[in-house]
Design a protein around this ligand. Structure first.
Ligand SMILES: NC(=O)c1ccc[n+]([C@@H]2O[C@H](COP(=O)([O-])OP(=O)(O)OC[C@H]3O[C@@H](n4cnc5c(N)ncnc54)[C@H](O)[C@@H]3O)[C@@H](O)[C@H]2O)c1
Length: 321
């Protein structure tokens, strides 16, 4: 890690990826503040890592401000901010405005509010590396997440904000990184039950792997951090032929719809009409990897599971143009 990055704040650090990021920073010799809304788990994490705990609600401007100010007072300044707290935040078109709003507050505005406070202070410093700002987004922020419009939209927003920040302040010595993983074994994975096999399909990473990927990117000066390398192939395929990509996602969604219909028919004893000859395992549907109750980043995992070509949805021959 850059020797300058000695005072680190990690949000959403009570467990999962945030805890691993904080542990890696501490192992690098950094002095660390861990923050979360879950006070009990946060205190345990802070004690384990020898970090300072600040309980804060990152969905509010007051929460972000309180965390920045308390961390600055405790550490004497902040060199690296890792905005990792995030929520899935709803499903389809019937998601209420309030749920959309909450997802936007945590997944997007928490980063904007933190940068608004930190970047002007960093700009007052001299040198080539004045401050480091990390956004935990998701592969869903580069691609999409079938079943959760708020997660897809807000994670795209998080990626867009990080890119804008890097473009605007990179030449002023502000380093920016955006983390875009797929499946990682956190509480989310353990809640998936029988769908765990499906979630492992594209390589289920440990939170520590994500932390390693970030700190490698810091060393190498890379903004976009892809702990699952295949996401780069999917991202390229989507950019190269967006219409073919979407058609592939539509086929995948139909298969998931069919699997959901089959499952509810078998529950009621009524045969279900098939629209696409779906072969999505019922266990995956029961486990939550469906449009109705998805685990984050399900579509890219499904793609990797053989529903589509390895480098993204395979266009029908007539569609390739
Ligand atoms: N696990 C995955 O497969 C995966 C994949 C891609 C991206 N991500 C992203 O990684 C980040 C960490 O997720 P995780 O997988 O470790 O899950 P997690 O649920 O263990 O971690 C999220 C943390 O954020 C905290 N949090 C939620 N709302 C908060 C709020 N209002 N204020 C402060 N803290 C709040 C939670 O208490 C929790 O500790 C999230 O941004 C998530 O979207 C996860």
């Amino acid at each position: 890690m850059n020797p300058r990055d000695t005072r680190v704040v990690v949000t959403g650090a009570a467990g999962g990826i945030g805890r691993a990021l904080a542990a890696r920073a501490a192992a690098e010799g950094a002095r660390v503040v861990v923050s979360d809304i879950d006070a009990d788990r946060l205190r345990t994490t802070a004690a384990d890592l020898g970090a300072h705990a600040v309980v804060a609600d990152l969905a509010t401007a007051d929460g972000v401000t309180a965390l920045v100010e308390e961390s600055t007072a405790h550490l004497g300044g902040i060199d690296m901010w890792i905005g990792n707290a995030g929520i899935q935040g709803g499903l389809g078109l019937d998601t209420p405005d309030a749920t959309w709003h909450l997802a936007h507050e945590i997944n997007v505005m928490a980063h904007v509010r933190a940068a608004r406070l930190l970047v002007p202070r960093w700009l007052e410093r001299g040198g080539d590396h004045r401050g480091r700002f990390v956004v935990t987004a998701s592969a869903a922020g580069l691609l999409t997440m079938l079943g959760s419009a708020p997660y897809s939209v807000t994670k795209h927003g998080a990626v867009a904000f990080a890119e804008w920040l890097a473009a605007t302040y990179g030449h002023h010595g502000i380093d920016v990184h955006v983390l875009a993983p797929q499946g990682v074994e956190t509480d989310i994975y353990h809640a998936a039950g029988p769908a765990q096999g499906l979630l492992r399909a594209d390589g289920l990473l440990q939170p520590e792997d994500v932390a390693d990927a970030l700190f490698d990117a810091v060393e190498e000066g890379r903004m976009l951090v892809l702990p699952h390398p295949r996401v780069a192939d999917y991202y390229r395929a989507r950019a190269g032929n967006p219409d073919a990509w979407v058609r592939g996602m539509q086929r995948l969604q139909r298969r998931l719809d069919d699997a959901t219909a089959e499952l509810s028919a078998s529950d009621t004893g009524t045969p279900a009409p098939s629209t696409s000859g779906a072969d999505v395992p019922k266990t995956a549907v029961r486990g939550g990897a469906t449009p109705a109750t998805p685990a984050p980043d399900t579509p890219v995992r499904e793609i990797a599971n053989g529903a589509t070509a390895p480098t993204g949805p395979r266009p029908h021959p007539e569609e390739q143009r």
